[in-house]
Design a protein around this ligand. Structure first.
Ligand SMILES: Nc1ncnc2c1ncn2[C@@H]1O[C@H](COP(=O)(O)OP(=O)(O)OP(=O)(O)O)[C@@H](O)[C@H]1O
Ligand SMILES: [Mg+2]
Length: 332
């Protein structure tokens, strides 16, 4: 059975007058890339800070590898934090240290010899593709290179989980893509468990296996990425996926028609389902919108269609689509 790396139970965090997190429950298993998506002010950073015990929760528990981090302090907290690697939006590198010196920083006070520490740092530099830059200073690096250094530094203690707080939010789309590709490779090659927070669905799409949607400090929906993309339930999730759900212009819907959003996944994408529907049912189909979402684990096709016909024919057509494995959601 998969090992639970991060377990959050009934986590609530209140500041003087405000509740920043309400009753959060999350479990992250080893090897998952778990995304938490939320708008500004949703509570993402507060959640990250509770995970590393930089903030104490008002209620609830956080366990990292079965150890309750919320009750630790001093040396035992420092030891538990080694299981957590972190990277940030603004990289947080030391400007007066070279790349190599930045990477060895977390293990500098440990017993290992300098040679050993630097050998480990060079392995990581190789892993993140920056071997040629070990003697450079952060000011001499691009944003993407700085984030690679930060990733190498975050991995030096062989953490059980890598937390990424808006790690690509300062990068352009191409560099974002290359950093997310690197994180996917680390997940695949090392089995690294990753928890990332973001306000961008594109990030979730590219690398996550699981996702939770955070709004006003609450998780409004969570699950596997394919399910969430194919059938988003909560209006906030739907808003994040606007490119596929799309709000329909008012007045478009006619008396004898329904609007459906259809999602086609692996099993259904290659079947001529729409032409069978038209042959077997007395409805008309008007395609209003279409698109494809390439997820890390699956490709999902989406169509917004208008079905016109008698009520019974429309209902039968809808049932037919579902019987073929197409996910249908009525847009109203
Ligand atoms: N130290 C604090 N004292 C009081 N209120 C705080 C504190 N830190 C955060 N908050 C409040 O908690 C809520 C959540 O803030 P948080 O920084 O976690 O949001 P976020 O999702 O990370 O937003 P962003 O995307 O803008 O970084 C906000 O309303 C914020 O004002
Ligand atoms: Mg934040």
């Amino acid at each position: 059975m998969a090992k639970t790396v991060v377990s959050i139970q009934n986590l609530t965090k209140s500041y003087q007058t405000q509740r920043a997190l309400k009753q959060i429950n999350l479990n992250i298993q080893e090897g998952e890339v778990f995304g938490i998506i939320g708008m500004s002010g949703a509570g993402k950073t507060t959640l990250m800070r509770c995970l590393t015990a930089l903030e104490r929760p008002t209620h609830g528990k956080v366990r990292i590898c079965n150890e309750e981090i919320t009750t630790l302090s001093g040396a035992s907290l420092r030891c538990a934090r080694k299981k957590i690697g972190m990277i940030f939006q603004h990289f947080n590198l030391f400007s007066s240290r070279t790349v190599l010196e930045n990477i060895v920083y977390p293990i500098e006070i440990e017993g290992a010899s300098r040679e050993k520490r630097e050998a480990r740092a060079r392995e990581l530099l190789d892993l993140v593709g920056l071997t040629a830059k070990e003697r450079h200073y952060p000011a001499e690096l691009s944003g993407g290179e700085k984030q690679r250094v930060a990733i190498a530094r975050a991995l030096i203690n062989k953490p059980a989980v890598l937390l990424c707080d808006e790690a690509t939010s300062s990068l352009d789309p191409r560099t974002t893509h290359s950093i997310l590709t690197l994180l996917s490779e680390l997940n695949e090659r090392l089995g690294l468990t990753i928890l990332l927070i973001t306000h961008e669905m594109e990030v979730i799409k590219q690398i996550c296996t699981h996702v939770a949607v955070l709004e006003h400090g609450e998780i409004v929906e969570q699950g596997g990425v394919e399910d969430l993309f194919a059938k988003p339930k909560h209006p906030t999730t739907q808003r994040f996926l606007q490119n596929i759900t799309h709000e329909l212009p008012k007045g478009l819907k006619k008396e004898n028609s329904i609007m459906l959003r259809l999602s086609f996944t692996k099993g259904t994408a290659q079947q001529p389902i729409i032409s069978r529907l038209l042959r077997q049912h007395a409805v008309d189909v008007n395609i209003l919108l279409g698109g494809i979402d390439v997820l890390r684990t699956e490709t999902i096709g989406n169509l917004v269609v208008e079905l016109t016909g008698e009520a019974k024919e429309r209902a039968d057509a809808w049932s037919f689509l579902e019987s073929q494995g197409v996910l249908c959601d009525e847009l109203v």
